[in-house]
Design a protein around this ligand. Structure first.
Ligand code: A2R
Length: 314
């Protein structure tokens, strides 16, 4: 099987390249001209805002499955750069869908990676969230991803294209940028252990409850959806059990021998934060057999060890 990952230089891209290669797929991946893909695959330079270039890559590769990961993927950055977020996540997705529509190869499957954030301001008793729950996005990133999913459904229905939509809940693991919570806590602890930071960890809202899955489990789900996902369907991907961010903090802190103070940082509080987000994951289990296997404690331990070994040079 020939696969194309659009946006392969990011956190998830590296893991997906390894997952698909290990399963025997031929893997092509795109990155922006100034980016680099470390994993073994055939790489192509691509800015998804250049619609002709997207068509050219598709004609060159002729993939069976496209994984569309290229995105502005940070919620906090989306508040600061709303136009850029909308352009990459919405216009970029249209460019990809249009390129698939006009491609000479007719039978490409496209997997659009959306987010659990799309559910947004959910009803009190709505959790666990099934895929048919109404979307009420609570931030700009979430709104763009909800829009991406709607576009996927429209292209699937109107043009009979083979589109599968994903709503991935929080995922984490070694190498994730420290703008995301597990990576942020682990990096701060590693900095404190290395004597580079006073023994004080800064945190945002600790009472929010989120559902965390290891990135290695998430990319396995993506691979399975490439062959077993039902065309036109939207799938939640997550563990199916949300935990308070305070639990993550305590787990990370207890993995260290240092005595560390906790300090709330107003800059880390979101303009609108949703108390609980937890998915129902029975649909993906039913269609692909997938379920999360790596424990959250393991993800935290591996991420902490990653930062212990990979703090940037001072
Ligand atoms: O922003 P950069 O320089 O890190 O590049 C990101 C890339 N990207 C683009 N690629 C092509 N054309 C563009 N105009 C463009 N703008 C950004 O997409 C990065 O290499 C990649 C996304 O990777 P990350 O930000 O590390 O996200 P992650 O964690 O790999 O998540 C992948 C997907 C996204 O759709 C998330 O929204 C979803 O999973 O959770």
């Amino acid at each position: 099987m020939k696969t194309l990952i659009i946006g392969g230089a990011g956190f998830v891209g590296g893991y997906l390249i390894r997952e698909l290669s290990a399963a025997g797929a031929e893997v092509h991946a795109t990155c922006l001209p100034f980016e680099n893909i470390k994993e073994r695959c055939t790489s192509h330079n691509l800015d998804i805002l250049d619609k002709e270039a997207v068509c050219e890559v598709l004609e060159q590769v002729q993939p069976d499955v496209i994984y569309h990961l290229a995105a502005q993927s940070s919620v906090s950055l989306s508040w600061k750069k709303p136009q850029m977020t909308a352009e990459i996540n919405v216009v970029g997705t249209i460019n990809v869908l249009e390129a698939v529509r006009s491609a000479s190869k007719q039978d490409m499957r496209i997997i659009l990676i959306g987010s659990g954030e799309e559910y947004g301001f959910i009803r009190k008793d709505a959790c666990p969230l099934t895929e048919d729950e109404p979307l009420r996005p609570g931030n700009i990133y979430a709104a763009t991803k909800a829009c991406q999913g709607m576009l996927g459904e429209i292209y699937s229905r109107a043009y009979k294209m083979d589109v599968v939509m994903v709503r991935a809940f929080n995922h984490s693991g070694p190498e994730q940028l420290p703008v995301f919570v597990i990576s942020d806590f682990c990096r701060q602890i590693a900095e404190i252990e290395a004597g580079r930071k006073s023994p004080e960890i800064t945190v945002g809202n600790l009472s929010a409850k989120r559902d965390f899955t290891d990135v290695r489990d998430v990319v396995r789900a993506y691979r399975l959806l490439g062959t077993k996902g039902v065309s036109g369907r939207t799938y939640n991907i997550g563990r199916g059990k949300a935990v308070e961010i305070s639990y993550i903090l305590q787990t990370a802190l207890s993995a260290s021998n240092m005595k560390i103070e906790v300090r709330q940082d107003p800059a880390k509080m979101r303009a609108s934060d949703i108390p609980l987000i937890e998915p129902d994951v029975s649909l993906i289990r039913q269609d692909t057999g997938w379920t999360a296997e790596i424990s959250m404690e393991q993800t935290i331990e591996d991420t902490l060890n990653y930062w212990r070994n990979n703090l940037p040079e001072e």
